[in-house]
Design a protein around this ligand. Structure first.
Ligand SMILES: Cc1cc2nc3c(=O)[nH]c(=O)nc-3n(C[C@H](O)[C@H](O)[C@H](O)COP(=O)(O)OP(=O)(O)OC[C@H]3O[C@@H](n4cnc5c(N)ncnc54)[C@H](O)[C@@H]3O)c2cc1C
Length: 351
């Protein structure tokens, strides 16, 4: 594929990003380019080799942006959904990186390809989904990924990575660990099981009243997940937020046992690797932050884990609150909370 920088999408200058991030943080990009074709993506290698620095924007639902964004913003907007192949076990369904995630899940369910319905209603794009290995209601994306197509910008080459090469972990992957602007994910192929089984381990889903009337199907699980999420989570269009703001911390078993002795109520789930996952929401609530504000931002009054923007916040307001919550949880429980969204720096280093 030719890689001339003439093929780059036009650069839009001094673009306000407030409507392009779900925390509605006031932020400005010096340059924004919207990528709608693979040959535009292939031009990025040469552009970066000539000194350009930037990072990839999807739907902006997992970001903390600085007021002034350094470098270029490369927005992924490639579209298209195709059935690539059918094996005895799977439908192999490929979606371009700029497809909106929820609409893609809905399209799969409508065509009879079950397997992603537990991840319905997660905001953002298909291309960003592998970055933090999105997960919800008892399912992680990694369980359904067949392969990820990406352009590796500094190496100027296209890659097709099998799921095992993506380094998936809890809200983590090799893409999340890489420097900003290293990868641009252009498509993801999913292996969706032809012999579909409902995944109803999550308590809210298991207790869903609909299963008394009819056995679950992909579309009814999809509807149940949407209804549960709508009832529980604040809509970013009404109250700007980025979903869960902190990861559930995983601590060594001995530390978890000591904590449970002092605080018997702490929700804890043993992991297969011997660690124990603790409920970050509980720690935050016990530390007194549920519903509390600091400046224009605060922790949601019903969901201690969700940081919300009540006014005209900038990234620094968010980081100040996050730091205060982290300090109080550390003092009270000796546990360090890790921020889940990606912090975009106000300076970009090497990619
Ligand atoms: C209300 C709400 C609920 C949420 N619920 C969940 C949930 O249940 N589970 C969950 O896991 N997450 C959840 N999230 C977080 C978020 O929706 C996901 O992380 C989502 O995948 C982010 O997609 P995005 O397109 O908005 O990415 P962005 O926020 O635009 O970007 C996130 C990161 O991915 C990188 N990136 C984006 N696109 C690409 C690409 N094409 N190639 C390479 N890198 C890329 C960016 O550079 C950045 O580092 C929630 C968020 C909100 C606001």
């Amino acid at each position: 594929m030719p890689d001339s920088t003439d093929l780059l999408p036009p650069s839009l200058r001094a673009v306000a990003l407030q409507s392009r991030n779900t925390l509605a943080l006031r932020a400005e990009a010096a340059v924004l380019r919207v990528f709608t074709a693979p040959e535009q993506v292939a031009a990025l290698g040469r552009h970066a080799a000539q000194g350009a620095r930037g990072w990839v924007l999807g739907g902006g639902s997992n970001l903390v942006l600085p007021a002034s964004v350094a470098g270029e913003v490369w927005q992924m907007a490639l579209r298209g959904i195709t059935l690539e192949d059918e094996t005895r076990e799977h439908w192999l369904v490929r979606a371009a990186g700029g497809e909106p995630w929820h609409e893609f899940v809905a399209a799969c369910v409508a065509r009879g390809w079950g397997g992603l319905e537990n991840l319905a209603l997660i905001p953002g794009t298909v291309g960003a989904a592998p970055v933090q290995n999105i997960g919800a209601y008892g399912l992680e994306l990694a369980e359904r990924v067949h392969s990820v197509e990406a352009y590796e910008i500094p190496a100027k080459r296209w890659r097709r990575l099998a799921a095992a090469e993506c380094g998936f972990g809890y809200r983590d992957s090799r893409f999340k660990r890489a420097a900003p602007g290293h990868w641009m994910i252009t498509a993801v192929t999913f292996a969706l099981p032809r012999r579909w089984q409902p995944r109803l381990d999550y308590p809210d889903l298991r207790r869903w009243p609909g299963w008394e009337e009819a056995p679950p199907k992909p579309e009814t699980v999809f509807d149940a997940v949407c209804a549960i999420r709508r009832a529980k989570l604040p809509d970013p269009a009404r109250l700007p937020n980025a979903g869960s703001f902190f990861k559930n911390p995983i601590v060594p078993a001995a530390q978890a046992a000591a904590l449970r002795e002092r605080h018997p109520g702490v929700p804890a789930w043993p992991q297969t690797d011997g660690g124990v996952k603790l409920a970050a929401a509980w720690l935050i609530e016990q530390a007194g932050w549920k519903g509390r504000r600091l400046g224009p931002v605060g922790m949601h009054e019903r969901h201690a884990l969700v940081l919300v923007n009540h006014g005209d916040a900038v990234g620094d307001d968010v980081l100040r609150l996050a730091g205060a919550v982290q300090a109080d949880v550390r003092i009270r429980f000796g546990v360090t909370l890790e921020i889940e969204p990606v912090r975009i720096a106000d300076a970009l280093g090497d990619i």
